[in-house]
Design a binder for this molecule. Sequence first.
Ligand SMILES: [Zn+2]
Length: 257
Amino acid sequence: MDRVGDDLTRAQLWALELYQRALRKIDRRLGELPEEESAFRRRAEEVEERLGALEEELKAKQLEQKRLETEVDDIKERRTRHQRQLLSAKDNREYKTLLEEIELENRRQTELEDRILELMENLEGLVPRVKKTRTEKEDEVTGIEKALAALSAEGEKLEGRRARLEKGRDTLVGRLDATGRRIFNKLVAQRHICALMDGGICSSCRVEVPTQAISEARAGELRSCESCSAILFTEEQASLARTMARNRGFLPDEVEG
Ligand SMILES: [Zn+2]
């Protein structure tokens, strides 16, 4: 093959390598999005649960207060009855029993009222805490919703970019000559179509490139790495290929490199 043809194929293959890298980067990011999304959803659930637990606690304490107050009312009523019965006690024994009852009722009332006081103090702290947590929850949920919307927008943008890149890549593949097409088809599923010879090492598979292959690649031949089959480039060849690819419109601006 003539040198000019090789240069063109080389530029196209390098461009395809850059397309593949850009697509892989997009796929990687697209793969991260669901994980980030569920992390945000989990956080929203946690915030919801935290508030739910506090609200439960508040409700339980308010109910208990009401229950205790009802019990105090019952005791007062019972005591009033017992006090009335005192006046009409038939004998000393009944009188004494009634007094004991009244004494028990007094003690029970004190006990209950202490507990009610304790509850009220508790509620004094709890009510503002629930209120504050409600506000915090709303703020946090708003933040999470924004973050989820941003992730979703990012996903859509990436999908769009991905579709454009695939279209560009396919167009470029359509322009390859037979040699270029054969190389692309063989390497498309691999990590790299093209690799730099970095100090005599293939930058794709990190295996040493034989001296013979290095000099052939340097001379401008399309040489593959014996280990991973990537087409080998010197830095200078890669830079030329990149310039040629840009000048010929093989690469859109959004593909880096
Ligand atoms: Zn290699």
